[in-house]
Design a protein around this ligand. Structure first.
Ligand code: AMP
Length: 192
């Protein structure tokens, strides 16, 4: 089973690239942000829990996020593996993922980190916000908050996996096709 973590700050292109990679490698894409948006759209109890955090660009509490992720993996049926997009975003989430995969006799195949210039990120997110309608993409102070949360809470996840020797850095600037190509090279190296 392949378990890839697509990593990077908000606006680094994880969602766009994950959608392309799952087709190529026949994997299941799990985006915790998309799952939360779905729950919010359906006004479920989980959605109601997540809503205020997302609106402010803060992280939804780990217990809520980890439980949702577990349910999604367990209900995914037949698949050759997963691309996790936007998860894990904290050290406790990474540890929970490792433990959960270990229960299934699996482990993280690799973490691929998309490297993007910070100012480019803000511009990309604002551009995306104009068409996505995402409230958290339309307010520059919320966007900046998401980026600082990334630095404070999420970037340590990369260091957590570094000792496994399965962390790859991919330059995330250029055309979408160019970046997909670089990601494929990195993934082929990890699974090959
Ligand atoms: P994203 O679509 O990945 O940019 O996520 C949008 C928002 O959903 C984030 O700013 C968080 O509020 C929430 N979120 C998504 N994934 C997670 C996660 N793994 N842990 C906590 N909050 C998350």
């Amino acid at each position: 089973m392949i378990n890839l973590i697509l990593f990077g700050p908000p606006g680094s292109g994880k969602g766009t690239q994950a959608a392309r990679l799952v087709d190529h490698y026949h994997l299941t894409h799990i985006s915790t942000g998309d799952l939360f948006r779905y729950e919010i759209g359906n006004d479920t109890p989980l959605g109601r829990q997540a809503k205020a955090y997302m609106a402010e660009g803060r992280l939804v509490p780990d217990e809520v996020t980890i439980g949702m992720l577990r349910n999604k993996v367990e209900s995914s049926g037949d698949t050759q593996g997963f691309i996790f997009d936007g998860f894990p975003r904290t050290l406790p989430q990474a540890e929970a993922l490792d433990a959960f995969l270990a229960e299934r006799g699996e482990s993280v195949t690799g973490l691929i980190s998309l490297e993007v210039d910070e100012e480019e990120i803000v511009q990309r997110i604002l551009l995306r916000g104009a068409s996505s309608g995402r409230a958290d993409d339309n307010d520059e102070s919320v966007i900046r908050n998401r980026i600082s949360v990334y630095h404070a809470e999420t970037s340590p996840v990369k260091d957590h996996y570094a000792p496994t020797g399965r962390v790859r850095h991919v330059y995330g600037m250029g055309t979408i096709d160019e970046i997909t190509e670089r990601l494929r090279e990195a993934i082929d190296g990890l699974i090959g």
